[in-house]
Design a protein around this ligand. Structure first.
Ligand SMILES: C[S@@+](CC[C@H](N)C(=O)[O-])C[C@H]1O[C@@H](n2cnc3c(N)ncnc32)[C@H](O)[C@@H]1O
Length: 424
C-alpha cells in the first residue's frame, strides 16, 4: 500500500500505462483472465475506485472469487481446505444454537404459518443445514411451518444439494428456494403481488464483511479516495518498479459525494492521513431488506466482525481493516491476484444500527457473539450434542472445542458481534 504522501489528483487515465496481455498476478488461467479484464477497464476508463476493483475481484459473474465454479473440495472457499474459517465451519453447534433463537421467535410470534426463514450469503450452506436440524430437534412444528429461502450472490451446486438434502431429512414443508437477491426471492415467493405481509426471520453470518467497500483517507485538502491503477511499463515492456502484480494505488478526489456525507452522518472525523473503509453497499442492502420485509413482522440477525464507528477511527487504527485471505494467511496486499483470494473489511455496526433505526427498525439486541450464544443456551446445546447416542469420543472433543472457539474472547466470541433488528 502507498504511504501517506499526498497527491492532488489522478494522473494517467485515458491511454494510460499499458501492461502486457499475458501478464497476470499468478494463479489459475481464470484469475489471469480477471486481471486482464480489470486492466482493460482501467485502460478504457482510467483508474477505478477500489470499490469497483473489489466488486470485480469477488463478484465478477464468471471469474469473481465467490462466483467462479468450484468443483474441488466442498465447492466453497470456507473451511480447512479453503481460505478461511467461519463459525459454521467449526461444526453444527453454531447453527443448532441459532435454531433455538428462531424457535423462540416462532413461539413469541404465536407460531405463524408460514414462518419465512431466509439466510443471506449462505456460501457452502452448512449453516442452513444445521439450523434446520437444530429446529427439528427443538420444535418439529416450527420446521413444518418453515419456508426456507437462500439469497446467495454466487450459488454453488454443492451447497444447493447439501441444503436440499437437509430439508428432506427434517421434513421441511417445501423445497428451499435459492435467489441471487432479496428482491428476487420476494418475487419467487409472490410477495410482490399483494397478499398478507410476511412474518419472517432473516439471518446472515459474515455477509456484510464481504461487501465491496470504498477506501478513503483524510488528506491535507480534504477527503481522498483510493483508486486502482495499472503499473507503468519500462521500455522493454516490463514493469519497472519491482511490483509483484500489475496494479498500484492512486489517491484522488472522492468518486461520489456520498462518502463525505457518510462520514458527516456518522460524526466521524478522520485524522490527517488516517485511512478507513466505507461500506455504502451495506446501507443499500438494509434498504432492500426493509423494502422486502419491512411491511410485515420481521427480525434480522446479522453476525459479523466489526466495531462501532468510534473504534473504527481510533487513532491507533491508521490503515483501516482491509485484508486479503488465501489458504488461511492474511495479507494487506489486497490488489494481488483478483478473483483468487478473499477480500474483506470490518463492519461498522454504528452505521447499520443508525440506518436501520432511520428505516423504522428497532435494535432488539447488540452484543458479542459469545454472550449471544450463551444467552441462547449454547452450553446446554453442546451438552445435549455430546450426550447424543452414537457420539464418538472424537466428536465430543470437537464439540467442546467448537464451544470454546465460538464463545471465548480469544476465539470468535468477542470480535464477532450480533445485531438483532426487529420491525412490526
Ligand atoms: C464470507 S462468506 C460467508 C459464508 C457463510 N455465511 C459462512 O458463514 O460460512 C460471504 C458470502 O456472502 C455471499 N454474498 C456476498 N454478497 C451478497 C449479497 N449481496 N447477497 C447474497 N449473498 C452475498 C458471498 O457470495 C459469500 O458466499
Amino acid at each position: 500500500m502507498t504511504g501517506p504522501e499526498r497527491s492532488s489528483g489522478l494522473e494517467g487515465g485515458e491511454g494510460g500505462p499499458r501492461v502486457p496481455e499475458g501478464d497476470t498476478a499468478g494463479g489459475s488461467a481464470g484469475q489471469g483472465a480477471l486481471t486482464r479484464s480489470i486492466l482493460a477497464e482501467i485502460r478504457a476508463q482510467g483508474p477505478m475506485p477500489f470499490v469497483r476493483f473489489m466488486e470485480l475481484a469477488l463478484y465478477h459473474p464468471r471469474l469473481g472469487y465467490y462466483c467462479r465454479r468450484r468443483e474441488e473440495g466442498n465447492g466453497s472457499p470456507v473451511g480447512w481446505r479453503g481460505d478461511f474459517f467461519t463459525s459454521p465451519s467449526l461444526g453444527p453447534l453454531f447453527g443448532t444454537t441459532l435454531a433455538r433463537f428462531f424457535c423462540q421467535l416462532w413461539r413469541e410470534w404465536r407460531k405463524p404459518r408460514p414462518f419465512w426463514l431466509i439466510e443471506a450469503g449462505p456460501g457452502p450452506g452448512w449453516l442452513a443445514c444445521d439450523v434446520l436440524r437444530g429446529m427439528a430437534d427443538c420444535e418439529k412444528a416450527a420446521v413444518r411451518a418453515t419456508r426456507l429461502g437462500l439469497v446467495e450472490a454466487g450459488p454453488q451446486p454443492q451447497a444447493q444439494a447439501r441444503v436440499a438434502e437437509a430439508a428432506r431429512q427434517v421434513g421441511l414443508g417445501q423445497e428451499p428456494v435459492w435467489a441471487r437477491s432479496l428482491g428476487r426471492l420476494a418475487k419467487a415467493w409472490g410477495w410482490d403481488s399483494g397478499g398478507p405481509a410476511p412474518t419472517a426471520v432473516l439471518y446472515a453470518n459474515e455477509l456484510l464483511d464481504a461487501f465491496p467497500v470504498h477506501r478513503v483517507r483524510r488528506g491535507r485538502r480534504g477527503l481522498e479516495e483510493a483508486y486502482v491503477d495499472a503499473v507503468p511499463l519500462g521500455r522493454a515492456g516490463r514493469r519497472t518498479d519491482g511490483h509483484p502484480h500489475p496494479f498500484r494505488w492512486r489517491w484522488g478526489p472522492p468518486s461520489t459525494p456520498a462518502l463525505e456525507a457518510y462520514l458527516a452522518w456518522q460524526g466521524i472525523r478522520l485524522r490527517l492521513w488516517q485511512e478507513a473503509e466505507i461500506n455504502l453497499a451495506a446501507l443499500a442492502w438494509l434498504q432492500e431488506l426493509d423494502q422486502v420485509l419491512g411491511q410485515g413482522k420481521a427480525c434480522a440477525l446479522l453476525i459479523d466482525y466489526g466495531y462501532l464507528a468510534r473504534d473504527l477511527v481510533d487513532p491507533t487504527r491508521r490503515r483501516g481493516t482491509l485484508l486479503a485471505y488465501y489458504r488461511h494467511q492474511a495479507s494487506e496486499d489486497v490488489l494481488a491476484d483478483p478473483g483468487g483470494r478473499d477480500l474483506t473489511a470490518h463492519v461498522d455496526f454504528s452505521a447499520l444500527m443508525r440506518k436501520a433505526q432511520d428505516l423504522g427498525w428497532q435494535v432488539r439486541e447488540f452484543t458479542s457473539q459469545g454472550r449471544f450464544l450463551v444467552q441462547q443456551g449454547i452450553v446446554e446445546e453442546a451438552q445435549r450434542m455430546a450426550a447424543g447416542a452414537g457420539q464418538s469420543e472424537e466428536e465430543r472433543r470437537a464439540t467442546a472445542q467448537a464451544l470454546r472457539q465460538l464463545v471465548e474472547p480469544a476465539g470468535l466470541g468477542q470480535t464477532f458481534r450480533v445485531l438483532a433488528l426487529q420491525k412490526g
